[in-house]
Design a protein around this ligand. Structure first.
Ligand code: CU
Length: 328
């Protein structure tokens, strides 16, 4: 006969009491608060107290119940249990974390990292503006907006800067994001294994029309890309006329058309605006009707954007659309 009738419950009860007491003890470092405004100690102290109470009941019951006398300590099962906790809770996670770290740093990072100087065959400058993308091809005269063209199977170094606030250049199917930060230059490689059109989006809230600050990447076979770039680098060709005069009068302060007197740098370069499929950060398709609607009232299509409503007469709009449609 022994005093302790149920050793398992007895030790378990003591363990509960110990854990509960430790929790309550540690909670004294923090404020308790009230039920309405709980402090960090509120739950630990209550739960610790409950655990101590539970442990006390269990221990007391073990003393009263009939059962085996307390035996020698069962080391094997204890070692087994503690061993499993150490193995699965500590050793294996450390091995897995180290493996993930190694894979991420040695394999994944170099793949998505900014390209080393000279490792790419082509560079494109992307400059974020509220709320459109300026796209330049260094070494050529080509300047466009919102629609990048790149050759397929070619590493392209995109160099990102901003003209105003922080933007983030992101074409999810082609690579990770880079932030465009005032006073900084960030780079990312774009490389596409297949031709097609890939949509991107400004990924850093940059003001009212942030959602309408998208871009398209046209991945083309090399010859088609070269043809596009050569055309884009040429100055504008147009027969002049009323639309061109109106443009010089009303628009040249903000827009550039290379080969004319219009040298504005506030809005997108329009030298080959008719060669784009979309306008205004992919907000609208580039059709004569929608272009006319944009000119008549850009604020209706993209409220808050930096091109003001110019109160053009319908015939002015028509003449301007005719002129801009020539700029292929
Ligand atoms: Cu933006």
């Amino acid at each position: 006969m022994s005093v302790i009738r149920h050793p398992k419950d007895f030790w378990a009860g003591l363990m509960f009491i110990a854990v509960g007491a430790a929790t309550v003890f540690l909670s004294f470092d923090y404020s308790l608060g009230t039920a309405a405004r709980m402090g960090p100690a509120y739950f630990p102290r209550i739960l610790g107290g409950l655990l101590m109470l539970l442990g006390a009941i269990l221990t007391a019951r073990a003393l009263r119940l009939r059962g085996d006398a307390i035996s020698r300590f069962a080391w094997r099962p204890i070692l087994l249990i503690l061993g499993s906790v150490v193995l699965f809770g500590m050793v294996i996670p450390v091995i897995v974390l180290v493996a993930v770290f190694v894979v991420a740093n040695l394999v994944v990072l170099p793949d998505t990292d900014a390209p080393k100087a000279g490792s790419t065959t082509m560079t494109i400058d992307v400059i974020g503006h509220q709320w459109w993308w300026e796209v330049r091809y260094p070494g050529t005269q080509a300047v466009t907006a919102n629609e990048l063209h790149i050759p397929v199977n070619t590493k392209v170094n995109v160099v990102g800067t901003t003209g105003d606030v922080i933007h983030s250049f992101w074409v999810p199917e082609l690579n990770r994001k880079i932030d465009l930060i005032p006073g900084r230059t960030n780079r990312v490689t774009l490389q596409a294994e297949r031709t097609g059109v890939f949509r991107g989006q400004c990924a850093e809230f940059c003001g009212l029309q942030h959602a309408n600050m998208a871009e398209l990447v046209f991945v083309q076979p090399r010859p088609a890309f070269r043809k596009w770039l050569a055309n884009e680098a040429r100055p504008a060709r147009s027969s002049g006329g009323r639309g061109s005069e109106l443009f010089q009068a009303d628009c040249s302060g903000c827009h550039q058309i290379r080969g004319t007197a219009a040298k504005g740098q506030v809005g997108p370069d329009l030298t080959h605006v008719a060669s784009r499929t979309t306008l205004a950060g992919v907000a609208i398709r580039n059709t004569p009707t929608l272009l006319g609607e944009w000119l008549a009232d850009p604020q209706r299509i993209k409220p808050g954007n930096k091109m003001p409503r110019l109160d053009l007469s319908p015939s002015d709009v028509k003449a301007l659309v005719a002129y801009l449609e020539e700029l292929k």
